[in-house]
Design a protein around this ligand. Sequence first.
Ligand SMILES: Nc1ncnc2c1ncn2[C@@H]1O[C@H](COP(=O)(O)OP(=O)(O)OP(=O)(O)O)[C@@H](O)[C@H]1O
Length: 265
Amino acid sequence: MTTELAAVSCRGVSAARGGVEVLHRVDLDVVAGSWVSLVGPNGSGKTTLLHVLAGLVPSTGALHVGGIAPGRASRRDMARAVALMPQRPVVPEGVTVKELIHLGRTPHIPRFGSETPHDVEVVDRIVERLELGSFAPRLASELSGGELQRVVLARALAQQPRVLLLDEPTSALDIGHQQQVLELVDSMRAESDLTVIAAMHDLTSASQYGERLVLLAGGRVVADGAPTDVLTTERVAAVYGARVEILDRPSGRAVLPLRGASEAS
Ligand SMILES: Nc1ncnc2c1ncn2[C@@H]1O[C@H](COP(=O)(O)OP(=O)(O)OP(=O)(O)O)[C@@H](O)[C@H]1O
């Protein structure tokens, strides 16, 4: 892959949390406009990798995201290139949903400037597409977990980044809102050449939306490729210690957990 086409390029990237190295020499190139699903067991390093890409956790090795080097770029340049939807969003007290989503426009507003009609239009369109209109005046801190997850996604989309990093974007959502959110992100990817890297525990959704899966285990990339290559019953058993049946459907590979030892293999 040529680096001109790579929205994300990692070469030998390592990172530590709490003084301990938890991400070990990760190599990863992601083509602009593609969707990569990051999968792996609890503690395998998915969040750490996303935070490294967002410039929130320092790393060693060579790293470029959305054309800039995290850690060396200004926060403003970084925020115009990359948006992170965190796994555990923290929302300030007293801020309404509408205000929170508008915060996504901050990197686009000139210093000492104010929002333009275009900024307002970007936010209004996202609010409409995520059907958040009725929540707009409510306090963000008073939303349910799933409602807040959609609002935090709306803020990240309002940022209009080149690279969108999603950390378990549907973990609190019902099945209908899971589809709504993933379809919306995928349509925005197709419309605007957005690059999506999404950490996902649901291997079926990860396969349906990601044209490529990157499987992490113990802070290392242990498989990287098309869902049909990465997800096999043997690999899921080895990496997750799970018994599953793999089903191939027109919409992608589906992973069905099996109950009971007798059903295994
Ligand atoms: N702030 C921290 N201090 C110390 N260790 C940390 C910290 N954050 C993460 N870790 C450790 O780093 C490792 C990777 O964690 P990370 O959150 O990246 O995993 P993950 O794949 O996102 O997990 P999960 O699927 O459970 O969200 C884990 O062993 C975790 O305990």
